[in-house]
Ligand binder design. Structure first.
Ligand code: FAD
Length: 451
């Protein structure tokens, strides 16, 4: 059984670092550079790591084509380059915490795993986190990375300031307050506008959170009560393998002392309250998962599904994710369910999450409350590539938008037609980067239509 293989791999990797020891940060590295999942071998090994703003400016000035690399967690070629990579990993300091303005400014190499405990210690929190904390703030904001919760916008919605080294070596400082619409265009920038060197994020007083997991909810209950289920917690995730018209697990996360406390009853729309901590894939041990069963803990130890200090998996997986307008959530889920015989044999798990509407031009949630249907696949690209078009076709009536950092096969022209602000984004990118220094094949194909 493939899930067992996954289990073995996960166990074998234990708490090892997710960053390959081979991934050096000098000018040259001994082995091919790959993304975290290992499914993408980057097209150059020419990697430069900058330690200061001056080094970023000087490298950008002397390099005709490059891509800035974050923590390499994207599953597609959005971060790839044939020419050169600039890593800001050594630039990973918290620059300023402004308690009065409730903002924190970080260098681009900072990960949520580093930032979150720092904020908590100082009495502050972020509004949300993704399923894992090991990703860079700059990389996450650049692709519209999100967590869960119908009232929570994606992680980039709390970005209120950016410092960017543009192709002309200029340092551009943009803020939500000062730059309005331009800022909304820049935040989910897909790496196309320049090298982000600093990000300012809105913060809030720290809070405690807790979570409960329910097992085995009939799909019929999701169909009949989707809105009530989604409204039941601060963050709600439905995990299913699409077998037996059943949602395997429902994860409900709540703020302690929040607007309304979740009353964890033994049964929730037909699902039973779990009696022990669970992994989203029930066969796997929960030791890497955040504490459940209603035990309170700091926000950053409950909002992600996986613990900060642990590796959520060995990287032996692929991911795809599709956003549909919230009002079509149930129809979309049922449309995917019809494909269960084709999906389940290649799937590790699906996660369904609601995300609040935003106004960021290239965000998949631009002007629409959304529901994201996510697929963690076995690492078998030929099989996944065969089933993706079927899922995309089933979701086409809902003008589905794929996650920018995950695998999809939607045609570029179709994708472009689903982003109303794309022409303005292209103009903005041309303003900051007229010669396309920061573009790669992915951006040329899906955004600039020139490849
Ligand atoms: C196990 C796992 C779980 C995940 N869970 C979630 C989840 O819960 N929710 C979700 O939405 N996504 C999730 N993702 C996807 C992932 O978090 C995002 O795609 C995110 O972009 C990764 O950030 P990164 O720093 O690794 O970016 P990279 O892959 O390194 O780069 C992504 C893009 O950002 C650009 N970029 C990065 N840094 C900079 C910079 N300083 N300046 C300019 N451009 C920059 C790159 O050029 C590239 O275009 C998950 C991925 C994995 C592997």
């Amino acid at each position: 059984m493939r899930k067992r293989t996954f289990l073995k791999l996960t166990g074998a990797m234990g708490a090892q670092s997710m960053v390959s020891p081979l991934f050096g940060w000098g000018a040259k590295v001994p082995e091919k550079l790959k993304n975290w999942a290992g499914n993408i071998e980057y097209s150059t090994e020419n990697l430069h790591a900058a330690k200061s703003l001056e080094e970023v400016k000087s490298y950008v000035a002397k390099t005709s084509k490059l891509k800035v690399l974050g923590t390499r967690h994207c599953f597609n070629t959005i971060a790839d380059s044939k020419d050169a990579f600039l890593s800001l990993k050594p630039m990973a300091e918290v620059v300023a915490l402004d308690a009065a303005a409730k903002t924190v400014t970080v260098e681009a190499g900072v990960t949520y795993g580093r930032l979150a405990p720092y904020l908590h210690e100082k009495g502050f929190a972020l509004h949300n986190l993704a399923s894992l904390p090991h990703i860079s703030v700059a990389g996450a904001c650049s692709t519209g990375t999100h967590g869960s919760g119908e009232k929570n916008g994606n992680l980039s919605t709390v970005a209120s300031g950016l410092e960017i080294v543009t192709a002309g070596r200029d340092l551009v400082e943009l803020s939500r307050k000062k730059d309005g619409e331009t800022f909304r265009g820049v935040v989910v920038g897909l790496g196309a506008l320049g090298a982000i060197t600093k990000v300012t994020l809105d913060i809030q007083p720290t809070f405690m959170a807790r979570q409960w997991v329910y097992e085995s909810m009939p799909l019929e209950a999701v169909k009949a009560h989707f809105d009530e289920i989604e409204a039941s917690g601060y963050s709600v995730s439905l995990f299913t393998d699409w077998r037996n018209k059943n949602v395997n697990e429902v994860w409900i996360k709540e703020r302690v002392g929040g607007e309304k406390e979740f009353a964890a009853k033994p049964e929730f729309f037909g699902a039973k309250l779990a009696k022990k901590n669970l992994h989203p894939i029930a066969e796997l041990g929960a030791e890497n998962c955040t504490e459940q069963m209603g035990v309170p803990g700091p926000w950053y130890e409950r909002l992600p599904h996986f613990k900060m200090g642990f590796t959520p998996s060995a990287g032996k997986e692929l991911q795809s994710e599709f956003f549909v307008p919230r009002e079509h959530a149930v129809e979309a889920i049922l449309a995917v369910e019809k494909l269960h015989e084709k999906i389940s044999p290649h799937l590790l798990i699906t996660e369904i999450r609601a995300i609040a509407v935003d106004d960021l031009w290239m965000s998949p949630c631009y002007q629409q409350d959304s529901v994201a249907i996510h697929f963690t696949w076995q690492q078998d690209w030929p099989a996944v590539k065969a089933v993706l078009p079927e899922i995309e076709n089933a979701l086409a009536p809902f003008d589905v938008r794929p996650h920018w950092g995950k695998l999809f096969t939607i045609e570029p022209s179709v994708l472009r037609s689903r982003y109303k602000k794309l022409p303005e984004f292209v103009e903005l990118a041309k303003k900051y980067d007229p010669a396309g220094k920061f573009r790669n094949e992915f951006l040329n194909r899906y955004i600039f239509a020139s490849a």
